[in-house]
Design a protein around this ligand. Structure first.
Ligand SMILES: [Zn+2]
Length: 130
């Protein structure tokens, strides 16, 4: 899978922590459209990069994910310590949208409430390691 597509899915899971509700909803809709276009075989990288660059908060967040060794959000990697010999990230709980998988999020603590997919209105489900 295209690295940018994976980061876009993750970004959707963290938009509510990066932007206010109205902005997050607007960006989520736009990213959902791009992911649907990707699934239809259309090139989306340029549009995705442009979209991310239009918000300093998103730009900073995405740059940090792309720099991280396992493409993890900083708020996940800094709370996560892999056990010796573990495959990187293998014991992280990855959640995804149950409809199309186009929203991803990591549960680091049981006290983290599982988000709802803003597009489909369904709670994300455990999807196993990426
Ligand atoms: Zn969904």
């Amino acid at each position: 899978m295209n690295e940018l597509v994976r980061v876009a899915r993750l970004l959707r899971g963290y938009l509510p922590t990066l932007l206010d509700a109205a902005e997050a909803a607007a960006y989520d809709q736009r990213i959902a459209e791009l992911l649907a276009a990707d699934r239809a075989g259309l090139p989306i990288d340029d549009d995705l990069v442009e979209l991310v660059a239009s918000s300093p908060a998103l730009h900073t967040w995405v740059a940090r994910v792309l720099e991280s060794p396992w493409l993890l959000p900083q708020e996940v990697s800094e709370r996560y310590t892999p056990l010796a010999g573990d495959r990187a990230g293998s014991d992280l709980q990855r959640y995804a949208c149950p409809v199309d998988g186009d929203v991803e999020w990591y549960r680091v603590s049981l006290s983290d409430p599982v988000p709802i997919c803003p597009q489909h209105g369904k709670a994300l489900v455990l999807a196993g390691p990426a």
